[in-house]
Design a protein around this ligand. Sequence first.
Ligand SMILES: NC(=O)c1ccc[n+]([C@@H]2O[C@H](COP(=O)([O-])OP(=O)(O)OC[C@H]3O[C@@H](n4cnc5c(N)ncnc54)[C@H](O)[C@@H]3O)[C@@H](O)[C@H]2O)c1
Length: 254
Amino acid sequence: MNTSRRNVVVTGAESGIGAACAKIFGEAGDHVAILYHSDGTGAEASAEAVRQAGGEAITIQCSVDDEASVEAAFTQAETARGPASVLVNSAGINMSGIPVREMELKIWTRMLATDLTGAFLTSRRFLRAIPGPGAIVHISSIHAEAVRAGGADYCSAKGGLTNLVRTLAIEEAPNNVRINAIEPGMILTPMNARAIDDIAYRKSLEANIPMKRAGRPEEVAYLARWLASNEAAYVTGASIVMDGGLSLLQGVGA
Ligand SMILES: NC(=O)c1ccc[n+]([C@@H]2O[C@H](COP(=O)([O-])OP(=O)(O)OC[C@H]3O[C@@H](n4cnc5c(N)ncnc54)[C@H](O)[C@@H]3O)[C@@H](O)[C@H]2O)c1
């Protein structure tokens, strides 16, 4: 796969890890389709960051949980630039914090629709148009493996994503399309807004991380860029943990 001037689609690209991915791919001169979900304000800022970095950008509204919206967004991106060879799927919502006994079905359904069905819909649409080799990078979570009380919705969605990645990897290996996931720990994005605004709270969380700090969205983006590059040409079906050592402590404390 040519590592320069690729067409890249990034979901959830108006915020956090997705925005960082868009910018980092922009640094490589890529054409980035910034798929956004909210009012578009963040998307315009992401697009400007891509351009400042040396790439090109278009912004397209997309709800990843909606088949018709995904179809329309990819069609719009293809009309503008042609099919993409890289998809970064960063769209997602945070865990509800609600125990299963008390969880309403709509909470569960919304999470699965966004974090798992969204990955299915965007991957499927991307693969249906890809003209040759390529790569998908899904932003999963350490909670794909490390469960947390109150996180059944999120842990189930991300756990399912692990096996979507593994299944897609063997299906698409003959086409030289590689599918991988990144499993971040605590990253300072709007999903962790309280940790950004409240330093004491943040430090109390960071004390539990072996590296004693939260990660930055750009650090996730650098791994995404590497996974989508020829340097990772033999990597597929992997879920790579990036958490400052946090998930290594699961067995500690009892
Ligand atoms: N921040 C962390 O600590 C952390 C840790 C592990 C995994 N993650 C994962 O990283 C990914 C990005 O999260 P983030 O931290 O950048 O948070 P964020 O809230 O900054 O970004 C999430 C993005 O997803 C978009 N989105 C939400 N619902 C959508 C929908 N239905 N359709 C399309 N887009 C939708 C939002 O608009 C937003 O742009 C998520 O999948 C999240 O689960 C984050």
